[in-house]
Design a protein around this ligand. Structure first.
Ligand code: KIV
Length: 265
């Protein structure tokens, strides 16, 4: 059954956790669907995971539309959101509307996500008023690493928590239907969670958010580097795949593969 915005808000009200995962291609999207996740996000983390870049700042609008279109083609009956990449929405609400419109029209996804609190409230309002659902993203915002001084945990002191709560309330008022909370102590996330009616989805934000999101490659243990503390590797698929390809290589070299059953007669 297709789950939409109202369903996510009802899930929060009923205390049912929302499961979100990122995906960047057809195979990952199909796996996410078979696994029964609630929402798939085409994250701009594709810049670091798929493209091997140092950060997410270089993801382009064309990259996002390309991957979002592939993911959505596997998930026609599922809610899919797509990140708005760096500098595709910050210039003005008009710029954001044009670019978000392109993302929805050209890829078929159901919503966009953007980083920022009060600073993007007017943009969130403009998009939602024009039929484009928006997911907010506060706390550690990877597009702001040059301002934040790196990937640092946010909301550690009272003034930062108050700012997070204020940002979340402003985003809700502007029309956001979910807010992603990244990298903060769980007490800070709880304060935000309690102060908004819309669901909060945490990544490195502890247990009290209304749902969780992880990057696909981190969750399935495919990332080459050691993942951050908040990640759980639910399977070590990188080791399994390396071992599988090593066996393939050995069998080719020794003549075991292809065997009779792999040969046309
Ligand atoms: O880009 C991304 O994948 C994200 C999620 C990790 C929330 O923003």
């Amino acid at each position: 059954m297709f789950k939409g915005i109202e369903d996510f808000i009802e899930m929060k009200a009923a205390g049912k956790k929302i499961v979100m995962i990122t995906a960047y291609d057809f195979i990952q999207a199909g796996i996410a669907k078979e696994a029964g996740v609630d929402i798939v996000l085409v994250g701009d983390s594709l810049a670091t995971t798929v493209q091997g870049k140092d950060n997410t700042l270089c993801a382009t609008l064309e990259d996002m539309i390309y991957h979002a279109g592939i993911v959505k083609s596997a998930l026609k009956d599922m809610f899919v959101a797509c990140d708005m990449p760096f500098m595709s929405y910050q210039v003005s609400p008009e710029q954001a509307l044009t670019n978000a419109g392109r993302i929805l029209k050209e890829s078929g996804v159901n919503a966009v996500k953007m980083e920022g609190g009060r600073a993007v409230a007017e943009t969130v309002r403009r998009l939602t008023e024009n039929g484009i659902p928006v997911i907010g993203h506060i706390g550690l915002m990877p597009q702001f690493i040059n301002v934040l001084g790196g990937y640092k945990v946010q909301g550690k002191i009272e003034s930062q928590i108050e700012k997070l709560v204020c940002d979340a309330k402003t985003l809700e008022k502007a029309g956001a239907f979910i807010i992603v909370l990244e990298a903060m102590p769980e007490e800070a996330a709880l304060r935000v969670q309690r102060n908004v009616r819309i669901p909060t989805i945490g990544i490195g934000a502890g247990r009290y958010t209304d749902g969780q999101v992880l990057v696909f490659y981190d969750a399935v243990g495919m990332s080459p580097q050691k993942p951050p503390k908040f990640v759980k590797k639910f399977v070590d698929s990188r080791s399994l795949l390396v071992e599988a390809l090593r066996t393939y290589g050995n069998e080719v070299r020794s003549g075991v593969f292809p065997a009779d059953e792999n040969i046309y007669k």
